[in-house]
Ligand binder design. Structure first.
Ligand SMILES: [Zn+2]
Length: 320
């Protein structure tokens, strides 16, 4: 997902503003990078203009009412009552707009799920069970996490965690708030070099610092606004388990994957890695895939990721 595309999508939502749009929860706009606050002020501005319009109409009617019969004066009184209802409605709607998913909720949920998975791995003696591999991943991840804290100041306050496992079922992920897991089985299978492993880590770090989890909740609320009333834990469960919702979110998630690829590659280049060496990760991904030209449920096809990374790396190499 390009930031520009996400931003224009949000602008479109604001332009299409109507009374119904005011009831869309604040988080529905969260797919715009750093524009959820401006969306809220757009709501406020819109409400204010609706009120101003209603009040000016009433003022005009008041003038006419003063000069005409008592029947018209009664109508004017009715209109005053209606405007009071309208004001009350707008305040209720604006209050409800804040009662949606927050980054703190998403990070709290991720921390809980992460603790559960870590406990499972520990009980099976599969947590940090290869010291050499753990040290290699940590040595590559540490400077990238420090760079993330500098470039994305919000993440400096996070309790970043990184664990490794030899469990063959895991590959690599980063949850909201910088909770990461990397599997040796996955890294061995692709025979990743240090640069390629740095690319994988940078991709995962981007998911966290670009608030991809929170934005996914925002998109789910945009698609199904009634979920604003759902308790957070149920909503969180559905995001990962409700097939109908997951199907609806698949293309959004694919755009987030492409964003994590592109932003991650540029991030690792800023960290001192060579673009071509980083892009090697995507070449191996495509090479080891049985169906390189097919999209997986929520991931773009490995061949398209490799092509995008190859083109970006060539541009960055040319600019060096
Ligand atoms: Zn990803």
């Amino acid at each position: 997902m390009s930031r520009l595309a996400a931003h224009s999508r949000c602008l479109m939502r604001i332009r299409l503003g109507s009374l119904a749009a005011l009831s869309v929860p604040r988080q529905a706009f969260a797919s715009c990078t750093s524009s959820s606050d401006s969306s809220l002020s757009a709501q406020t501005a819109f409400s204010t203009s609706v009120l101003a319009l209603a009040q000016s109409k009433l003022a005009a009617q008041a003038g006419r009412a003063a000069a005409s019969s008592s029947v018209v004066a009664n109508r004017w009184q009715n209109d005053v009552i209606m405007v009071r209802y309208l004001i009350a409605f707008l305040f209720i709607v604006q209050g409800a707009a804040a009662q949606t998913v927050t980054q703190d909720e998403v990070m709290g949920g991720s921390a809980k799920l992460y603790r559960e998975q870590i406990a499972d791995l520990r009980s099976g003696f599969r947590l940090d069970d290869d010291e050499r591999f753990g040290a290699r991943v940590a040595a590559l991840a540490r400077p990238l996490i420090e760079q993330a804290k500098r470039e994305y100041p919000e993440s400096a306050a996070w309790d970043w965690e990184l664990h490794t496992t030899t469990d063959g079922d895991a590959n690599a992920y980063a949850m909201a708030g910088g909770k990461m897991l990397v599997s040796r089985a996955y890294v061995d299978q692709l025979a990743l070099t240090d640069a390629e492993l740095a690319m994988l880590l940078a991709h995962e770090i981007m998911h966290a610092v670009l608030r991809h989890n929170l934005k996914e909740f925002g998109e789910a609320l945009r698609l199904e606004p009634e979920r604003a009333k759902q308790p957070f834990q149920e909503f969180e469960h559905d995001i990962d388990n409700d097939n109908a919702l997951m199907r609806k979110l698949a293309s959004f998630n694919q755009r987030q994957e492409m964003e994590a690829d592109r932003e991650g590659l540029m991030f690792a280049v800023r960290g001192g890695w060579r673009p071509q060496a980083l892009a090697g990760y995507f070449r191996k991904l495509a090479k080891h895939s049985h169906y390189p030209n097919f999209e997986r449920f929520d991931h773009p096809s490995p061949a398209s990721r490799w092509q995008a990374a190859r083109e970006l790396a060539a541009q960055l190499e040319a600019g060096r």
